[in-house]
Design a protein around this ligand. Structure first.
Ligand code: ZN
Length: 483
């Protein structure tokens, strides 16, 4: 009996200790939403040492308590496709709700150097794939100039590689994976000289190293040869042949008016047991460098049948003519150009599709850099009502986290608003969140994100960037995933 009393005493004591636990930060009374468990309820969230430690209806005590009533508390958005990794882009990403922004389509030309320059100087989490176009350029003797991620059109993009060159490309990619790359990044449209066999060889390498291939497919024409259907078939076949996981980037701008057909191909591949995923961004225009191989002769057909006037320079709004196009295409300066090639009608069907994750393809010059996530929440959740808020959060956080789990176990703690998850959290006003970036003012930050936490550290406080907070960490591939 005495033992029981003693036990009850200690039980009561320990319960008191737990409930009196002091958190670093408490988000109080917000609408807590977790796309994995479906939780959508008013809760208090206790954060300690960079982790979500408690989610409860009980009052929690913290060194700092943020009143979140009326606000949505959700996992921070994970952008799998963000080229602009410099500070100005990171600021607008944070204000758009993004806590992790990775360049997985193409990736940095030198992963070790990229990770080194970001360490301790990053607002949000970062990471890169191993770049096939950069490795190819290096092997062809035309390494990318500092700061550039895509090769200029030339022999390194247009010529087929010899078996010896393919071996050297593979060696380079392996060392990039060893340096911490999360995936193999392939922009096949940027290296049209790469044969079908070279693509399969690269997928084989990814399969051996158990990393996914993120790819921008070969061509976006509406007719064969070079149709988007053929291009999507090529990479699905390479995935089936090799067993490598495949992520098709920006299906909206790669398949244009055939996007729904391409999505049905992804759906079919998945139904046959292949690991194929995809993403889209909510704008009708794309953007890339005008001196890249995307604009090699025949580009009009390969970009869905557009012409010179559909190419527009960012900021100035200048529509190109044939003469101006030739001048810029032949220049060694990588001038970004907006490509108006899609329709709102197609986009409005692609974004809500259940297989489509949201990813921005962001870099300076296009409003998608700053506005992608808020735009989906404003236009598709609030105005058109074609996606529920929880499904939108799933597309922005859980689905990309699950994709990342193929190459890094730390992704299991991301994209979730759960006890034990990393405290990468967005607190926003679902009633007012909106994009402000336009084609005329592409760096205008979004409004509506009130707080943003990266590993428990506040990056946005009351709608404003916190000065000198650099909690962003690297996501790197490899560790612990080989079985
Ligand atoms: Zn692309």
């Amino acid at each position: 009996m005495r033992k029981l009393i003693l036990f009850l005493f200690f039980l009561a004591l320990s319960t008191t200790i737990v409930s009196a636990q002091q958190f670093d930060l408490v988000l109080e009374g917000g609408r807590v939403m977790d796309p994995e468990t479906g939780l959508d309820a008013v809760r208090n969230v206790g954060i300690l040492d960079g982790k979500i430690v408690r989610i409860s209806s009980d009052a929690l005590s913290g060194r700092r308590v943020i009143q979140a009533s009326g606000l949505v508390v959700a996992p921070g958005f994970i952008d799998l496709h963000q080229h602009g990794q410099e500070m100005e882009s990171q600021r607008v990403k944070a204000l758009d709700g993004v806590t992790t922004a990775l360049d997985l389509e193409i990736g940095a030309p030198d992963v070790a150097q990229f990770l080194k320059t970001k360490e301790g100087r990053s607002l949000i989490n970062y990471g890169s794939s191993a770049s096939h176009p950069a490795a190819r350029a290096l092997v062809f003797g035309a390494p990318l100039p500092p700061g550039e991620i895509l090769p200029k059109s030339g022999p390194a993009t247009d010529q087929p590689a010899t078996p010896e060159q393919i071996m050297r490309i593979e060696q380079r990619l392996l060392s990039e994976l060893d340096a911490g790359a999360l995936a193999l990044g392939m922009g096949i449209q940027y290296t049209p000289g790469a044969t079908r066999l070279e693509i399969i060889d690269m997928f084989r390498l990814a399969a051996e190293r158990r990393v996914p291939v993120y790819t921008h497919v070969r061509s976006s024409s509406r007719v064969d040869p070079g149709s988007s259907i053929e291009s999507v078939s090529e990479v699905i076949a390479a995935s089936a042949i090799t067993g490598a996981s495949l992520h098709i980037v920006h299906i909206n701008s790669s398949c244009l008016r055939d996007s729904l057909e391409c999505l049905s191909m992804v759906e079919g591949a998945r139904a046959r047991g292949l690991d194929v995923t995809t993403e889209a961004y909510p704008y009708i225009a794309g953007m890339t460098y005008i001196n890249s191989a995307v604009f090699n002769p025949g580009w009009q057909e390969k970009i869905g049948g557009i012409s010179y006037g559909d190419l527009v320079l960012p900021n100035t709004g200048e529509h190109l003519t044939k003469e101006r196009f030739e001048e810029l295409h032949n220049s060694s300066t990588p001038q970004p150009v907006l490509i108006f090639s899609n329709s709102q009608e197609v986009l409005d069907k692609v974004i809500p599709h259940p297989l489509v994750m949201i990813a921005s393809d962001g870099f300076q010059g296009h409003p998608r850099n700053a506005g992608t996530y808020s735009r989906v929440l404003a236009q598709y959740v609030r105005e058109k009502g074609t996606i529920t808020l929880l499904d939108a959060l799933r597309k922005m956080s859980l689905m990309p986290a699950e994709m990342l789990e193929r190459s890094t176990p730390v992704a299991r703690q991301k994209g979730r608003l759960q006890e034990g998850a990393d405290a990468d959290i967005v607190v926003c006003d679902a009633a007012t969140i909106s994009d402000r970036a336009t084609f005329q003012k592409p760096m205008e930050p979004s409004v509506g994100v009130r707080y943003l936490l990266v590993a428990g550290t506040m990056v946005i406080n009351e709608g404003k960037i916190v000065p000198d907070a650099f909690p962003g960490r690297a996501l790197v591939g490899g560790a612990g995933l080989q079985d």
